[in-house]
Write a protein that binds this ligand. Structure first.
Ligand code: OAD
Length: 265
C-alpha cells in the first residue's frame, strides 16, 4: 500500500499525488470496474448493514432475509422490505453516485457491480449496472417466475403481494442469505473484472465474500485496486490504494477534469 505524506485532507489521509494518479488512470484505462456496497448510499440516508446504525445491529438477518424467514412469516418480510423501499424511494443519489455516473460517461469500458438494491446508481445516471443482490423495487412470482415492478398495479392483500399475471404469491426480487447468485450475471462480472485495469471497491465491509472473490480475480489480472471506505476492511490489504474517507467526499476528487483526447499522462 502507498504511504501518503502530502495530504489533501488530514482527516481522510488522502494525498494529492494519489488523487492525480488515480484520476489519470481512470481517464486513460481501457476498462474500469466498480464494486459498491451499502456504504456508498450511507450519505443518502440509507442505513448500512453492519456499521453504526446498520440494519443487522437492530434486526436479525435470519428472520428477514432468508427463504426460510419468508416461508415462516411472509407478511413480516414484506413489511420490512416495504419499510426499506420507502426509505430508498425518498432518498436521493449523493455526490458519490453522481461522480460514478460522470466517470461512466468518460470511461471507455465501464461496469458497475453493486450489492445495493436501492436503485440509486440508476437514478444517478449510471447505465452499465449489475445488481447482484437484486432490486428492492421489483418482485418475483413464486408461481410463474415473472419479475415485476412493485407499483400501483401490484395486488396487495393482508400485507401480502400477488402477481398480476397469474395471481401467484410474489416475493422480493432480492438474493437472500442461503440463496445462489444468478450464475449468468456472476459469470459476466468475473469476465469483466478479468479485463479491468482498474477496480474501485467502494463502501463494502467484505463480510459477504463476492467483492473479495472479484477483487482477487482482478488482482490476478494485474488491475490497480483502489478502496474507498472510511474504515479498514477485510479487503484493505489487497489494495494498491486505500482512500480512507466517505464516498461522497472522495469520489468527486477522482472524476477526471481533462478530456481523454488531451490527456498525455
Ligand atoms: P456493510 O453494511 O456490511 O458494510 C458497509 C461498509 O460501508 C462498511 O465497511 C462501512 O465502513 C462503509 N461505509 C460507511 N459509510 C460510508 C461512506 N459514506 N462511504 C464509503 N463507505 C462507507 O454492507 P455491504 O458490504 O454492502 O445483503 O453488505 C453486503 C450485503 O450484506 C448487503 O447487500 C446485504 C447485507 O446483508 C442482503 O441483505 C442479502
Amino acid at each position: 500500500m502507498f504511504n501518503h505524506d502530502d495530504e489533501i485532507d488530514k482527516k481522510m489521509n488522502i494525498s494529492k499525488e494519489s488523487v492525480k494518479i488515480i484520476s489519470n488512470k481512470i481517464l486513460t484505462c481501457n476498462a474500469l470496474v466498480v464494486i459498491t456496497g451499502a456504504g456508498i448510499s450511507a450519505e443518502s440516508g440509507i442505513p448500512t448493514f453492519r456499521g453504526e446504525g446498520g440494519y443487522w445491529k437492530t434486526y436479525k438477518a435470519e428472520e428477514l432475509a432468508t427463504p426460510e424467514a419468508f416461508q415462516k412469516n411472509p407478511k413480516l418480510v414484506w413489511e420490512w422490505y416495504d419499510y426499506r423501499r420507502n426509505i430508498c424511494q425518498n432518498a436521493t443519489p449523493n455526490l458519490g453516485h453522481t461522480s460514478l455516473a460522470q466517470i461512466e460517461s468518460m470511461a471507455s469500458n465501464f461496469h458497475l457491480i453493486t450489492q445495493n438494491v436501492d436503485n440509486l446508481h440508476r437514478r444517478a445516471g449510471n447505465k452499465n449496472i449489475s445488481e447482484i443482490h437484486g432490486n428492492i423495487f421489483w418482485a418475483r412470482c413464486l408461481n410463474c417466475k415473472n419479475v415485476l415492478p412493485l407499483d400501483d398495479r401490484t395486488k396487495t392483500q393482508q400485507g401480502l403481494k400477488f402477481c398480476q399475471i397469474c395471481q401467484g404469491p410474489l416475493r422480493p426480487h432480492i438474493v437472500w442469505f442461503g440463496e445462489s447468485y444468478d450464475t449468468g450475471l456472476i459469470h459476466l462480472c468475473f469476465e469483466s473484472v478479468k479485463k479491468a485495469d482498474i477496480l474501485l471497491v467502494i463502501g463494502t465491509s467484505g463480510a459477504v465474500t463476492m467483492p473479495e472473490a472479484l477483487a482477487l480475480e482482478a488482482k490476478k489480472n494485474k488491475a490497480l485496486l483502489i478502496e474507498i471506505n472510511p474504515e479498514v476492511t477485510t479487503l484493505t490489504n489487497l489494495m494498491d490504494f486505500s482512500l480512507q474517507g466517505r464516498a461522497g467526499e472522495v469520489l468527486p476528487k477522482l472524476v477526471p477534469t481533462q478530456n481523454k483526447s488531451t490527456n498525455q499522462n
